[in-house]
Write a protein that binds this ligand. Structure first.
Ligand SMILES: Nc1ncnc2c1ncn2[C@@H]1O[C@H](COP(=O)(O)OP(=O)(O)OP(=O)(O)O)[C@@H](O)[C@H]1O
Length: 258
């Protein structure tokens, strides 16, 4: 990866949950603009904790996290909202409003740009409606604009979630095990969509995955966590078969081969 402009920087980040569990143990990691980073590691390694810290879905215990040079750890109020606008996130369970139309769900991605009262009444601009349709087209679901979200398959719902995330015009897309509840065919579609927005829109993508083979297929860089520590970090060209024993410690073969 030739680009070297940092967009996410973790400096000495620690996270200890209130019950004493260590989620992150002194993480130092710089992700550059345009990278497609896959985070791998056993269940409980700290992958979700890392992603959630990056957009401050939860606070860290110590350390600094910079998003495009700005601290998300100390930002408050309007400043925090502005930093967060740059970061979209998709989840394993899609988080759509099931009884709403696809269009309304996608427009919800725009709420950070409107006063709350306008979003309550659904007062979105014509330009945003056009953009919602265009983003749905981008994930190849153009014909589903007026369908109800719960009429769609899991893979389709995840792609609507991606279209919704794009409404934020994010610089960064975080995806927390986005394909965990999908079959292999729809998995490929969702991963292809993420790859496409990375390549065509220049969005930096960070994805948590259990599957090492998918990591190898899509990542430009693979980062491994074990017990909250960063134990692996390589550009995809340097990844070797057998490397993942470091992360998986010889256990969990079925995860490695998934
Ligand atoms: N809210 C919480 N309170 C206490 N401990 C937590 C909490 N959330 C996560 N943990 C613990 O922190 C550690 C890291 O969890 P995390 O969910 O980040 O791992 P993960 O790598 O994403 O796992 P998975 O692949 O299963 O999603 C685990 O030991 C987990 O039990």
């Amino acid at each position: 990866m030739q680009e070297g402009t940092p967009i996410i920087e973790f400096n000495d980040v620690n996270k200890v949950y209130p019950n004493g569990t260590v989620g992150l143990d002194n993480i130092n990691l710089t992700i550059n603009k345009g990278e497609f980073v896959v985070i791998v590691g056993l269940s409980g390694a700290g992958k979700s904790t890392l992603l959630r810290a990056a957009n401050r879905l939860h606070d860290v215990s110590s350390g600094e996290i910079l998003i495009d040079g700005q601290s998300i750890v100390t930002a408050k109020g309007k400043q925090l909202r502005e930093v967060r606008r740059n970061i979209a996130m998709i989840f394993q369970n899609f988080n759509l409003v099931k009884r709403s139309t696809v269009e309304k769900n996608i427009l919800n991605g725009r709420v950070g740009y409107y006063p709350t009262w306008k979003t309550i009444f659904g007062l979105f601009s014509a330009a945003d409606k056009q953009q919602a349709a265009a983003n749905l087209q981008r994930v190849n679901l153009g014909e589903k604009l007026y369908s109800r979200a719960d009429e769609l398959s899991g893979g389709q719902q995840q792609r609507v979630a991606i279209a919704r995330a794009l409404m934020q015009e994010p610089k960064i897309m975080l995806a927390d095990e986005p394909i965990a509840s999908l079959d292999p065919r729809t998995t490929v579609m969702v991963m292809d969509d993420l790859k496409k927005l990375n390549e065509e829109l220049g969005i930096t993508v960070v994805v948590n995955l259990h599957s090492v083979s998918l990591a190898k297929q899509y990542a430009s860089r693979v980062v491994g966590l074990r017990a909250g520590k960063l134990v692996y970090d390589k550009q995809i060209g340097d990844v070797q078969d057998g490397d993942f024993d470091e992360i998986y410690d010889g256990k969990n073969q079925e995860v490695k081969e998934a």
